[in-house]
Design a protein around this ligand. Sequence first.
Ligand code: PMP
Length: 324
Amino acid sequence: MDIKYGFSKAIGNTPLIRLNSFSDATGCEILGKAEFLNPGGSVKDRAALYIIEDAERRGILKPGGTVVEGTAGNTGIGLAHICNAKGYKCLIIIPDTQSAEKIEALRTLGAEVRTVPAVPYKDPNNYVKLSGRVAAEMENAIWANQFENLANRLAHYETTGPEIWAQTDGKIDGWVASTGTGGTFAGVSMFLKEKNPQIKSIVADPMGSGLYSYVKTGTITLEGSSITEGIGNSRITGNMEGAPIDDAIQIPDRECIEVVYQLLRKDGLFMGGSVGINVAAAVRLAKQMGPGHTIVTILCDGGARYQSRIFDRAWLATKGLSID
Ligand code: PMP
């Protein structure tokens, strides 16, 4: 028998998919880790599970307790599923700029959802800081604190990284991922570099995020903006600190959208916007490295979470973007 005993046990061990149209065009093997197939629908299920189980082990999350988090959506969705499966309550604080689909999914899952204006991190009312204060004021509640809580990247160091290594038989030349908390990028990068320091570890960054300039110049500068959700940062998070980074690639939204639609039409993959950034950066790395290399990236979540946005032509047009 091959049975997963509960939601939590079904997280991880996702397939690694050859992105055929992009691989054939570049002469490289461009492989996507199918994190959208996690039971909560995104790469963040892994971090959510590690954060909750770490809090259980440390005795700070007790029966009937509440998990509080500030999230762009996917971590919240992962947490809400796991809270239901384990008998906890879930309180999510989310910027009102995030897609209606993610906010509705959180409500459907039974999480208490508070939408707040999207303000920069330096503002005390930023959703991340607010979630920390709300958790501190509640009885029997923990703050998941995904940006600083290192259980996040540990999930990827202990699961995503080893899975990628095993699935490629260690034949991997490049690792590319965009970063929100940085947990996925950092955990996988740390694991792969221990196995083979020659593997190139590349941050994929949307416009409006500071990591590209940080990697290139050592200082964070923010220029432009992006329609992608859940990625990009104006600071180096605890989860990114000390992560091996060889280079960064910045991807404009136009290139991201073209990639998202090519994935849909040619590869049969209905993906969210951060996947467009990841795969576009993987393609650019493939061109830099030349044919014959194997590059792995993350298929973070599915397109259904963005139907009203990047898959809606009228919405795209309001952002100055169009697609044939
Ligand atoms: N893509 C999407 C759609 C996300 O929601 C997130 C997490 N916010 C990421 C990528 C980045 O993941 P991480 O937090 O591990 O950097």
